[in-house]
Design a binder for this molecule. Structure first.
Ligand SMILES: [Zn+2]
Length: 377
């Protein structure tokens, strides 16, 4: 990640969602990561807390952890790799491999690759070459673990909802008029090897955005390319330190930022979140057009996507965590409650995106309050 000035292309506003606010009962029933985020023994987070420089054994092991997780726990998701290689300023002329992992789940009635729009939840899994032994707990091991928890928590509710919709399709011809899938994108090669430049950084993101822009979906598809299928690119980065502030960077996705902030404030008022920050994590829900918008000053994995017109919600702490790019950005410096709270906030956002009210275990019988909450949006 790097701070700099950057001109952004204007992007079109797309918001054609059936986004239903969760009832209090559903928010309370959302699964929590608990012990799986333990920094020493947690099934989701602990295996990522190690150096994972592209092309090294640490990178292999973390990638394998992701593959094992999806294969074991989420067999209905489709896994794919998008690979590239590049010489870097530190590789002595050698090509370094960069491997992005994409896990996708679409409604079962969607058959054409170009006929589904997707919520993309994104983080980078590589760690920085220096200082030696750098872990990158906030950058971005913890965000990767959050995404695994979110995928695992949404999956049973998506299965139930989509199964029921398929079953009722005969009676209601419109029952399958929902073409929204989910994609977890774990990117490699975000960090610079030497000094951040346009060529020494974002190796995985640049390759993926370019490939997805030039891959054409079948003729007559709703979306021309896999890139155009992304309804929202929600990027998590530099999260897990206590007392974060995340501004709203982009006007065109401020509507999504407000939904995320609303998820935070409702979870806080229900006392579901464990952290007790001095102010909300998402500090700018009330911002207006005339206020100061700082989007474009932080270069991150969204840049090659945004430059191609993809809508981006960038969830990155500003200021950066005090441990940023130091040896102290390790498991011991994470704030456990903050890590878990971010996972719950983004899970609540994503669950509402997929209109999953009523489909979570243990939240039945509260449809009235669900309706009440819905009216607030
Ligand atoms: Zn970094």
């Amino acid at each position: 990640m790097k701070l700099s000035s950057l001109l952004l292309l204007p992007a079109l506003l797309r918001q054609t969602l059936a986004y239903t606010a969760f009832s209090d009962a559903t928010l309370t029933a959302l699964p929590r990561p608990g012990q799986d985020f333990d920094i020493h023994t947690g099934a989701l987070l602990a295996p990522i807390l190690r150096p994972r420089v592209p092309g090294t054994a640490g990178s292999d092991a973390v990638l394998q952890h992701f593959v094992d997780f999806f294969s074991r726990e989420l067999p209905d998701w489709t896994l794919s790799f998008q690979n590239s290689s590049s010489v870097t300023p530190a590789s002595g002329g050698r090509e370094v491999p960069f491997r992005n992992l994409i896990a996708t789940r679409d409604p079962p009635w969607v058959h054409g690759e170009g006929d589904v729009g997707r919520l993309a939840l994104v983080a980078h899994y590589d760690s920085k070459l220096t200082p030696a032994g750098f872990i990158g707990a906030t950058d971005s091991a913890a965000p990767c673990a959050m995404l695994l928890h979110i995928a695992r928590s949404l999956d049973p509710a998506l299965t139930k909802k989509w199964t029921a919709m398929s079953a009722s399709a005969e009676a209601e011809p419109d029952a399958l008029d929902e073409h929204t899938g989910i994609q977890i994108i774990l990117l490699d090669g975000e960090e610079a090897f030497h000094t951040w430049t346009h060529t020494d950084s974002l190796y995985g993101a640049r390759s993926l955005a370019s490939e997805w822009e030039s891959t054409l979906n079948p003729a007559l598809s709703t979306h021309r390319t896999p890139l155009a299928s992304i309804d929202l690119f929600l990027l998590l980065d530099l999260l897990g330190a206590a007392n974060p502030s995340v501004p709203s960077y982009f006007k065109t996705t401020h509507w999504a930022y407000r939904l995320l902030a609303s998820a935070e404030s409702r979870l806080r008022s229900l006392k579901i979140l464990g952290s007790e920050p001095a102010h909300p994590f998402l500090t700018e829900a009330g911002k207006g057009d005339g206020d100061r918008w700082v989007g474009g000053f932080i270069e991150d994995d969204h840049v090659p996507f945004m430059a191609r017109g993809v809508e981006v919600l960038h969830v990155i702490a500003s200021p950066f965590p005090s441990v940023w790019h130091t040896i102290e950005d390790d498991g011991a410096h994470l704030d456990g409650a903050t890590v878990e709270d971010w996972a719950m906030i983004v899970l609540a956002f994503a669950g509402q995106w997929f209109d999953l009210e009523g489909w979570f275990e243990g939240a039945a019988g509260e449809t009235e309050s669900g309706r009440g909450a819905r009216d607030e949006l």
